[in-house]
Design a protein around this ligand. Structure first.
Ligand code: PMP
Ligand code: GLN
Length: 398
């Protein structure tokens, strides 16, 4: 049974016990609420403009030139080579394309990894708040998710207690699952934190699964894959996807990078989930990965500006704002403006009060009291939309 109920976590008669409590994802629920109330949707994380036309043209070309049948199981060699080259170009990491598996988004890479690696009763240790698919993927594998909470600190960052993290490791722990940049908090794990996590994995002989889908959305400094740390390439499954980096969240092309025996296990699970992934989108994503630095720098700069634009309005509205170091989400504490409310009640009434939809962060916590006053806003929207939403919030709460 899930420890992370969504807004509709009521019992479903036909759903097996492993998935009871997972309900409908909070993102689908809040997007439905936005559609129903005609409110501005700053809930579910997706951009309201498409990515580069060059990438669209590459997909159209692939559709027209007959790349419409099953692609190779691991992904096309061109795409796997482009993923390997991307790791070398941005992080100086030498990756063999044979160590790359193309998946149907990061979601499938995560689920296939859990299904491949976990025995019933194994534990996977991660950080709360936890992106929603982790709990479901672990539950489908018959394993159990354990969490260590990222605590909001007075300095406006989220941090974890290393002793608690170590205490979360048990003889049943199969893997640590790390998301950096982190959804929903916007935290980018520091080099020191990554070093500590890697050190624990080495000492306890654990695999590390990293979800790096926001790797090109780091606002100061740059992203650091843990697989690049000493001795970690062999014990890390690095997962990412094209959805965020190129603003095509609906295309669902992702990947996993791991040493051959681990990757082979993940490939076995992936084969029977989807077999292969999106033939015409693979050459398109190959084109995207080979775009020049100006594209990548522009993406980061644009998002940094959007973060600051929305962040200004959120502050003027009276929220306590946790300025994100990465991702396209800003988490606020609603306590100063709605001391009587929790995040779920606040988000359910927000469309009517302010014409805006946001996501309550508490549904990402095992112990929901921990995140009860936290709410997440997505800022990967056109500036005029952010301004309109910001003005509505400021008029309502400021
Ligand atoms: N991990 C995190 C942290 C996410 O926010 C998301 C949302 N897109 C995913 C994984 C899923 O990525 P994809 O759409 O590529 O499956
Ligand atoms: N990752 C996106 C978010 O956090 C949503 C993806 C989804 O709806 N599953 O909002």
């Amino acid at each position: 049974m899930s420890d992370q109920p969504t807004l509709t976590s009521k019992r479903q008669p036909h759903l097996n016990s492993r998935l009871q409590g997972f309900g409908t994802t909070i993102f689908a629920e809040m997007s439905a609420l936005a559609a129903k109330t005609n409110a501005i949707n700053l809930g579910q994380g997706f951009p309201d403009t498409d990515g580069p036309m060059e990438i669209i043209e590459a997909a159209v070309e692939a559709l027209r030139s007959g790349q419409n049948q099953y692609p190779p199981g691991p992904g096309t060699l061109e795409l796997r080579q482009a993923i390997a080259d991307h790791q070398e170009r941005f992080y100086g990491m030498a990756v063999d394309p044979d160590h790359v598996l193309v998946t149907t988004g990061a979601t499938e890479a995560l689920t296939a990894t859990m299904l491949a690696l976990c025995e019933t009763g194994d534990e996977v240790l991660t950080f709360d708040p936890t992106y929603d698919s982790y709990g479901a993927a672990v539950a489908m594998a018959g394993a159990r998710l354990r969490t260590v909470t990222l605590e909001p600190s007075a300095g406006g960052r989220f941090a974890f207690d290393y002793e608690r993290f170590e205490a979360g490791i048990s003889p049943k722990t199969r893997a640590v699952l790390l998301n950096t940049p982190h959804n929903p908090t916007g935290k980018v794990f520091t080099d020191e934190e990554l070093g500590l996590i890697a050190d624990s994995c080495r000492r306890h002989d654990l695999l590390l699964i990293t979800d790096e889908v926001y790797e090109h959305m780091v606002f100061s400094g740059s992203h650091r894959p843990v697989a690049g740390l000493e001795g970690m390439a062999d014990r890390t499954v690095t997962i990412s996807s094209a959805g965020k980096t190129f603003s095509f969240t609906g295309w669902k092309i992702g990947w996993a990078i791991a040493r051959p025996d681990v990757l082979s296990a993940i490939r076995t699970a992936k084969q029977f989930l989807t077999f292969v992934s999106g033939a015409p989108f693979q050459p398109a994503v190959t084109t995207g990965l080979r775009l020049g630095d100006d594209y990548y720098n522009g993406l980061t700069q644009q998002l940094r500006d959007k973060r600051d634009l929305l962040g200004g309005y959120l502050e003027q509205s009276g929220f306590n704002v946790f300025t994100p170091e990465g991702t396209y989400f800003t988490v606020v504490d609603i306590d100063p403006v709605a001391p009587e409310s929790d995040g779920v009640a606040f988000c359910l009434s927000l469309p009517e009060r302010a014409g805006v939809v946001a996501v309550p962060a508490q549904v990402f916590y095992k112990d929901q009291s921990e995140g009860s006053s936290l709410v997440r806003f997505c800022f990967t929207k056109r500036d005029e939309i952010l301004i309109e939403a910001g003005e509505r919030l400021r008029a309502t709460f400021g």
